[in-house]
Write a protein that binds this ligand. Structure first.
Ligand code: ATP
Length: 468
């Protein structure tokens, strides 16, 4: 890891805890590796991102069908999709002394060896040749494949037939519901199914905060096309993904498209683009993926379930299994990338001001309202009136009268609130101008202006683009 980035990462993790975005999972019991709990501001940020995504990719389109499938799915689903096999397993080594487990490919990567497309035998040969030790300096075991699915024993009898799995990706929920959507809505190709939800992977070494966790959230689309149309559709979705990246305000200079070479692609994919991001832990890693999955999934489930998952084109009198383009967006990685893009330190007169330069569309709090003085009844009353007026139209507003105004600004800056409104004595008396004006302060510049209360909502709506 590089020094500066690691530093930023630590600052982000600390800010997330301090300000109520993200806490360690099961923290008071010493934590549970690879799990994180989203606090009040974290869940608000997540919901804003999910709502924006749902609006852009589901609600605003006529060719998309929303879904919320169960997170526990039958073992047979994962057998048919290939996830119980070697395709969904990572190479694992064990420190012979501490018994700690590591991803073999990560250890090789740390010494500059790209193991992405290596076989287990090749990985073991490199470990031997380089006499690779664990991070604690101990002997390593041979690398073995470790499956990432979490088994769940359903019901009271824990035998093999009752094993189900927490889904390893949301995608399979969409494939197994393909026929339901066809039967209920009779859509014409091309059309898609969109879903947001949790996925679970028993990652060998969860790390880098919310980048690699054991429970995470995906926003995924399975877009069904005729085989002959896959290239056009792939290119269309590549551009849509870039539009989304720009819309939420990620730093485009940190986004890199990687056309994944043949030997590194999943066996079912004929083309994959990884959208990589320069993450704050000092590495360029996958943020999102776009894959052409051919007819692998619907074909596999047709075989596995013996239910016909073909599509009938009435106009052409043809029956066939559609092909699939899959744009996939990791929600937790989106949040980490956004936080690292937004984290800003401004040194002013020896003082460091920290603020999150988040797109106002997704900030947990859009507006904060303060009375200048905490104990002044008249100021309090007026500030409450202003707060209630805003709340009626913009629910993400916060009232704060804790400590002095300077401290309140700091707190709001740190959580990315784009606008702060202060009700002061001028509001009540209109000393230097008309009565009923408040101070509107901007997060990014710290600049302030006076705005009439009558114009306040219109001004905020215009700046937040909250009206559709
Ligand atoms: P990686 O190579 O980093 O393990 P992957 O190629 O296995 O990722 P996909 O199977 O393509 O990931 O999953 C789709 C998306 O889900 C990823 O682009 C990423 O944003 C997210 N994702 C995958 N695994 C994790 C994880 N362990 N923690 C958080 N997000 C994840």
């Amino acid at each position: 890891m590089k020094g500066k980035e690691t530093d930023t990462m630590e600052k982000i993790v600390s800010l997330c805890k301090r300000r109520g975005f993200i806490y360690q999972g099961s923290e008071i019991y010493g934590g549970l590796a690879g799990t994180w709990d989203y606090g009040p501001l974290g869940v608000a940020l997540k919901n804003n991102i999910k709502n924006l995504w749902w609006r852009m990719f589901v609600d605003d389109r006529e060719d998309m069908y929303g879904l919320d499938a169960a997170q526990i799915m039958k073992g047979k689903v994962w057998e048919a999709s290939g996830h119980t096999g070697a395709g969904f397993a990572d190479p694992m080594v064990e420190d012979k002394k501490t018994k700690k487990r590591y991803r073999a490919d990560h250890l090789l990567q740390d010494i500059g060896v790209d193991a992405e497309s290596m076989t287990l035998e090749e990985i073991n040969a490199v470990i031997k040749e380089k006499n690779l030790k664990s991070p604690d300096g101990n002997e390593l075991s041979e690398a073995k494949l470790f499956n990432l699915l979490f088994p769940v024993h359903m019901g009271s009898v824990a035998d093999k037939t009752s094993v189900a799995y927490l889904r390893g990706e949301t995608a399979q929920g969409m494939f197994v519901n393909f026929k339901n959507i066809l039967d209920s809505f009779h859509p014409k190709l091309p059309f898609g199914i969109g879903q947001i939800g949790k996925a679970f992977r028993n990652e060998i070494s969860p790390r880098d905060f919310i980048f690699r966790t054991r429970e995470f959230e995906q926003m995924e689309i399975e877009y069904f096309v005729r085989e002959t149309d896959w290239e056009e559709s792939f290119e269309y979705w590549r551009k849509e993904m870039l539009k989304w990246i720009e819309l939420i305000g990620l730093d485009m200079k940190k986004v890199h498209e990687l056309d994944v070479p043949d030997e590194e692609r999943a066996h079912y994919s004929k083309r994959t683009i990884d959208f990589e991001y320069d993450f704050p832990f000092g590495d360029r890693k996958e943020l999102y993926g776009l894959a052409y999955r051919t007819d692998h999934d619907l074909g596999g489930h047709t075989q596995g379930s013996k239910v016909d998952l073909s599509y009938y084109d009435q106009d052409k009198n043809e029956r066939f299994i559609p092909h699939v383009i899959e744009p996939t967006f990791g929600l937790d990685r989106t949040i980490l990338a956004l936080l690292s893009t937004a984290y800003t330190e401004d040194v002013m007169g020896g003082d460091t001001r920290i603020f999150l330069k988040l797109n106002p569309l997704i900030t947990p709090v859009k507006v904060a309202v303060f009375p200048l003085k905490k104990n002044d009844k008249k100021l309090q009353k007026k500030a409450r009136e202003v707060y209630d007026m805003i709340r009626a139209e913009i629910p993400e507003v916060m009232y704060d009268d804790n400590a002095n105004v300077g401290k309140r600004y700091r707190r709001q800056d740190e959580i990315g609130t784009p606008f702060c409104i202060t009700v002061d004595f001028e509001t009540l008396e209109g000393k230097d101008g008309p009565k009923d004006t408040v101070t509107l302060r901007y997060r990014d510049t710290g600049a302030q202006e006076r705005v009439s209360i009558h114009e306040l909502l219109a001004t905020l709506h215009a700046k937040l683009s909250t009206k559709r």
